[in-house]
Design a protein around this ligand. Structure first.
Ligand SMILES: *[C@@H]1O[C@H](CO)[C@@H](O)[C@H](O)[C@H]1NC(C)=O
Ligand SMILES: *[C@@H]1O[C@H](CO)[C@@H](O)[C@H](O)[C@H]1NC(C)=O
Ligand SMILES: *[C@@H]1O[C@H](CO)[C@@H](O)[C@H](O)[C@H]1NC(C)=O
Length: 359
């Protein structure tokens, strides 16, 4: 668990070796009014009292389950890395040299207490028979379970117990200020349900996702992957479409108002498509991508000066980003977009009523 695909979320270590790290700088969540605040005295933080329990998950080894109904944004865990390393130089094509990673990890490991060492060694890992025979188990555990922090790579034994889903119900980010990885509910979770996060980028088909997950040594049986064939085809189509939408919109996102007739026509079409994109992401239930889609839809509607949807989308994105991290640059950006769109909307309404009065 190692890097981030884009925007909001990180993915697992092994899979994203070839991708650049674009994790956003994040900071305090403790400063958010209304959020519970608690500190732990050691490297773990089990969240608010008794939020979760680790127990066997049907057919999947251990899993982490909620003990309460949780609302979107509720904190599940905050955990400082039990150990972290500065990654060695990245080798294009092959990724981080495992021998060196293992050496660094071993060095940190030796400084831990016996209890902490035991906790690390209790984590599961996946390796081929060849790797098993030739590699240090500690390195394999790290490879399977580590997440990237901003510049480093860390091991979070509690968070590592959360299983994967291709439609996860929690998200997470690295808080530099807290030196903790924060996991929060990204969907409403009912008491007794298992927590899930995503180890990989989710905007690909079922079979492509499974190919990436092979490296973790399991066949995904999440809700999305276990669905009936027809339903899976619909889901695959949606995910591919969402990916295409993001790829098409992101590089050309601008607030510049189009001036030529043809540009205006294109902008109207874009705005329409951006609404569809947001709906598609919602339909597919990919909470990790909601804010990204809302931002695109907000900006696309601002370009055609359609202020009501622009404001509503910007505000929805802002609320999600604020819930995740009130101090991130994305939160600040969506705040300023929302405020400026509201002003335009207000003046549009005033102009409209003024016109009505005069006519
Ligand atoms: C779920 O997590 C447990 C504990 O980390 C692991 O043993 C198991 O293989 C995981 N199952 C899946 C399907 O990810
Ligand atoms: C949370 O994730 C678990 C495990 O994938 C799943 O069974 C459950 O339906 C999810 N809940 C929600 C609300 O998405
Ligand atoms: C409202 O009218 C004022 C003055 O005519 C104009 O400057 C402003 O751009 C208008 N705002 C909108 C949103 O139409």
């Amino acid at each position: 668990m190692f890097s981030s695909v884009s925007f909001v979320f990180s993915t697992l270590f092994v899979v994203t070796l070839a991708q650049s790290t674009s994790k956003l700088p994040t900071s305090s969540i403790l400063s958010a009014p209304g959020l519970p605040s608690w500190h732990s005295h050691d490297y773990t933080c089990s969240g608010p009292p008794d939020v979760y329990v680790v127990r066997p998950s049907k057919g999947k080894g251990l899993g982490v389950f909620t003990l309460h109904d949780l609302e979107i944004g509720d904190i599940v865990m905050r955990e400082a890395p039990i150990l972290k390393i500065d990654p060695p130089d990245y080798v294009r094509g092959t990724g981080y040299p495992m021998a060196e990673v293992t050496k660094f990890v071993r060095r940190e490991f030796e400084t831990l207490s016996a209890a902490a060492q035991a906790e690390v060694m209790s984590l599961t890992y996946h390796a081929t028979a060849m790797e098993e025979a030739t590699m240090d188990k500690l390195g394999l555990i790290f490879r399977t379970n580590a997440y990237n922090t901003d510049e480093q790579i860390g091991l979070f034994p509690r968070i590592a117990r959360i299983n994967h889903s291709c439609r996860p119900n929690t998200s997470y980010y690295w808080s530099k200020k807290l030196n903790k990885r924060v996991v929060y509910a990204s969907r409403k979770i009912k008491r007794g349900e298992e927590f899930s996060v995503s180890y990989i980028g989710l905007l690909s088909t079922h079979s492509e996702r499974q190919k990436r997950l092979d490296r973790y040594g399991f066949k995904c049986t999440c809700e999305a992957c276990a669905a009936a064939h027809a339903e899976k085809q619909v889901s695959d189509k949606r995910r591919v479409k969402i990916h295409k939408g993001f790829t098409a919109f992101e590089p050309q996102l601008t607030l510049d108002v189009p001036t030529s007739k043809s540009d205006r026509r294109k902008a109207r079409k874009d705005a329409h498509e951006s609404s569809q994109l947001a709906r598609l992401v919602e339909k597919e239930g990919l909470a990790d991508y909601y804010a990204k889609a809302y931002r695109i839809a907000a900006i696309s509607h601002a370009r055609i000066e359609d202020w009501q949807p622009a404001t509503v989308f910007a505000n929805k994105g802002y609320m999600l980003k604020h819930m995740e991290d009130p101090e991130s640059p994305w939160t600040a950006e969506l705040f300023s977009l929302t405020s400026s769109f509201i002003q335009s909307w207000e003046s549009e309404l005033k102009n409209g009523s003024a016109k009505k009065v005069s006519s």
